[in-house]
Design a protein around this ligand. Structure first.
Ligand code: PGA
Length: 239
């Protein structure tokens, strides 16, 4: 039941094209890592037909409701029909640019689980919260508001992504990552029946991936920018 493989997730955000998907059809991975690619919604069909079999497919968001008058939204059950097995929920860009609160995030998590998708719930502090020494308090609030409301037997993945590290080229030092992951793990262990994988995200790349992934309690990586270049992403998949 327990997944010991490292989990590498590509978050393409609002990037990518049919051509890029064709390039990624040549992706290889010689390590026993679980690889998940989350392209934009419009590339989900091509992802299914073009990506190699070892790659699992994820979405970057889902609606909180199952169906109805919600113009522009795509529900978890619709994603399930597209062979999606994972969905990113509560990415900091969704929290800040699209005003997603913990309540909305929890509703989306519930919707994902109901449709048999594994939610990858993103949490992390902003720079000002870090500078005010509030990192653990922020993680606590975010976990309490979403992840800790999930039934203890459900499957979920948590991604620790310090907001100030996303897309900036900055990463926390080893001790900071260690401390945050230990805190998250301890908290999740109190609630869930099984070990929940905790990924690190924020400026992970082909150069720092091996070092970050070997830090205690880091179960894998959530990669943005570096996941758009096939060779870089292959190096990360093999780290
Ligand atoms: P980044 O993005 O790797 O470009 O920093 C990570 C993320 O937003 O998930």
């Amino acid at each position: 039941m327990k997944n010991k493989n490292k989990i590498i997730v590509a978050n393409w955000k609002m990037n990518g094209s049919e051509d890029l998907m064709k390039e990624f059809s040549q992706l290889t991975c010689s390590k026993h890592n679980d690889i998940i690619i989350c392209p934009p919604f419009t590339l989900l069909d091509s992802a299914k037909t073009l990506l190699p079999n070892f790659v699992k497919i994820g979405a970057q968001n889902c609606g909180a409701e199952d169906k109805g008058a919600f113009t522009g939204e795509i529900s978890a059950s619709m994603l399930r029909e597209k062979s999606v097995s994972y969905v990113l929920i509560g990415h900091s860009e969704r929290r800040t640019l699209f005003n997603e609160t913990n309540n909305i995030i929890f509703k989306k998590v519930e919707a994902a689980i109901k449709s048999e998708l594994t939610p990858i719930v993103c949490i992390g502090e902003t720079l000002s919260e870090k500078e005010a020494n509030k990192t653990l308090q922020v993680l606590d609030n975010q976990i309490n508001g979403s992840v800790a409301k999930i039934e203890p037997h459900e499957q979920v993945i948590v991604a620790y992504e310090p907001v100030w590290a996303i897309g900036t080229g900055l990463t926390p030092d080893e001790n900071e990552i260690k401390e945050a992951h230990l805190y998250i793990k301890t908290k999740l262990n109190q609630h869930f029946n099984a070990d929940i994988p905790i990924l690190y995200g924020g400026s992970a790349n082909s150069k720092n991936c091996s070092q970050i992934i070997s830090i205690e309690n880091v179960g894998g990586l959530l990669v943005g920018g570096a996941s758009l270049k096939k060779n870089d992403f292959r190096a990360i998949c093999n780290c």
